[in-house]
Design a protein around this ligand. Structure first.
Ligand code: ARG
Length: 478
């Protein structure tokens, strides 16, 4: 490609070392689409003769077909996907193909292809997140009245409902979905036409290319256009945070399916046995999702480390970005998909959850609040209740098992009505505050969660349709 400048060709060692083809061949479709937009613009601006561009576009369509049928032969010797597409085109159409690279560079090409790829993945991620939310919300609906211990510090804290608990995961995922949609805005700008870094002397129309490829606008600064990888880092972070959430959901499934908890059982389809212990049923899928979050975290760290001290503008280090991001993308999409399937087929054990509420003095705050209602300052109420709890622990009984006389030995304000507020059902049902655990509050949360998740999903869907329409217009025969 650059033989003119060199006396010798690069060694096989250098070629093998610097090739990115194994990774970036995944961008081939986007490279062809970008090339078609670029070629059409060159004709429109009379930079190249119509006849040349006509044969380029036809040739590029043929390459697309080769790609679909698996007939596209990539050459390892040609360093990357961009060179492969250009050379294959020239092989098919001759001289005209050699004109395609007018007013562009691989630097703006790779940035454009990568952004187009990530647009699709970001929208796909939105739909996968919305799907997982649906699964969690369906389970929540089934378990509005299922009472379980709520934990802080992994210690019994206050009773909550399973629905309330599951909807807290939905809320995290909702932020992931919104982060996807938000980062999409910065992703969706078009670097093509930045050329190597400084723009070009040819009278190109960047707005036309940007529009044809469904981008919001051309990027403002050509030097930034070829060097910016914020979009990759942002995609990496948004995805990694989502992986952290999946890891936390799965950690809970692992813990909850232990005999000590026994709160949930994943279906056999999402578990494996042991080669030696016949009784075993292991929640491997959940463990693997938890384990694979390390891939995202590691790759994001590698990406940021690679970027942190690069001088402007394009540096070859940037070639390393795609392997990092593809690994994150594949991890996230597969984990979102399987987590949804696993949870939708899992069974929660209401009795075990309720039984667990009998231990751990989950209703102690209730007793303190009861005293507060009767006029005792909260700090004193806290102390009185603490003493009652210590007494009950020593007697090895629950608070509600103490007699009225025993209760009154801690505070004479306590009356018979105390026993009503001490039941777990009452603990839950009286927490009607906004976002609280009472069934009325949880039903309201579920209603709102459904509507905001749906609106995010719809935005992503509409954007997907818009992109599809832009591509079909661009790819329509001229
Ligand atoms: N394979 C390169 C990458 O992934 C494409 C751009 C190459 N540009 C260059 N000047 N070597 O970043």
């Amino acid at each position: 490609m650059w033989a003119g400048r060199f006396k010798e060709i690069a060694s096989d060692q250098t070629l093998a070392f610097s090739s990115s083809l194994l990774i970036d061949r995944r961008l081939a479709w986007y490279d062809i689409v970008g090339s078609i937009a670029h070629a059409r613009m060159l004709a429109k601006q009379r930079i190249l003769p119509k006849s040349d561009v006509q044969s380029m576009v036809t040739g590029l369509h043929d390459l697309m077909e080769e790609l679909e049928t698996g007939d596209f032969r990539f050459s390892e010797k040609l360093e990357d996907v961009h060179t492969n597409v250009e050379f294959r085109l020239t092989e098919r159409i001759g001289e005209a193909g050699a004109r395609l690279h007018t007013a562009r560079s691989r630097n703006d090409q790779v940035a454009t292809d990568f952004r187009m790829f990530l647009r699709d993945y970001t929208l796909e991620t939105c739909s996968l997140i919305a799907n997982l939310q649906k699964v969690l919300m369906a389970k929540a609906e089934e378990h509005i009245d299922t009472i379980m211990p709520g934990f802080t510090h992994m210690q019994h804290a206050q009773p909550v409902t399973l629905a309330h608990h599951l909807l807290s995961h939905v809320a995290r995922l909702q932020r992931d979905l919104e982060r996807c949609l938000d980062s999409y805005q910065r992703l969706n700008v078009c670097p093509l036409g930045s050329a190597a870094l400084a723009g070009t002397t040819f009278p190109i129309d960047r707005a036309y290319v940007s529009r044809s490829l469904g981008f919001k606008a051309p990027c403002e600064n050509s030097m930034d256009g070829v060097s910016d990888r914020d979009f990759a880092a942002e995609y990496g972070f948004v995805s990694t945070l989502c992986m952290m959430h999946l890891s936390s959901i799965c950690e809970e499934i692992v813990l909850w399916s232990s005999p000590e908890f026994g709160f949930v059982e994943v279906s056999d389809a999402f578990a494996t046995g042991s080669s030696i212990m016949p009784q075993k049923k292991n929640p491997d899928v959940a463990e693997l999702v938890r384990g694979r979050s390390s891939v995202a975290l590691g790759e994001l760290t590698a990406l940021l480390t690679m970027l942190k001290a690069l001088p402007l503008t394009y540096n070859r280090d940037l070639q390393e970005d795609k392997a990092r991001v593809f690994a994150i993308a594949d991890t996230l999409t597969s984990c979102l998909t399987i987590t949804a399937s696993m949870i939708s087929t899992s069974k929660y054990d209401k009795e075990r959850m309720l039984a667990a509420c009998q231990k751990g003095y989950l209703n102690a705050t209730e007793l303190a609040d009861y005293l507060v209602v009767k006029g005792v300052p909260f700090r004193h109420a806290h102390e009185i209740t603490g003493k009652a709890v210590r007494y009950a622990i020593e007697k090895n009984v629950s608070l509600q098992d103490l007699t009225l006389k025993e209760m009154r030995s801690f505070s004479s304000i306590i009356k018979k009505d105390v026993f009503k507020v001490l039941s777990v059902q009452s603990c839950v049902e009286r927490r009607t505050s906004y976002g609280g655990t009472a069934s009325s509050a949880v039903k309201e949360q579920l209603r709102r969660a459904r509507s905001i998740s749906l609106s995010g999903e719809k935005k992503a869907e509409a954007e997907g349709k818009r992109l599809k329409a832009a591509y079909s217009k661009l790819l329509a025969p001229a």
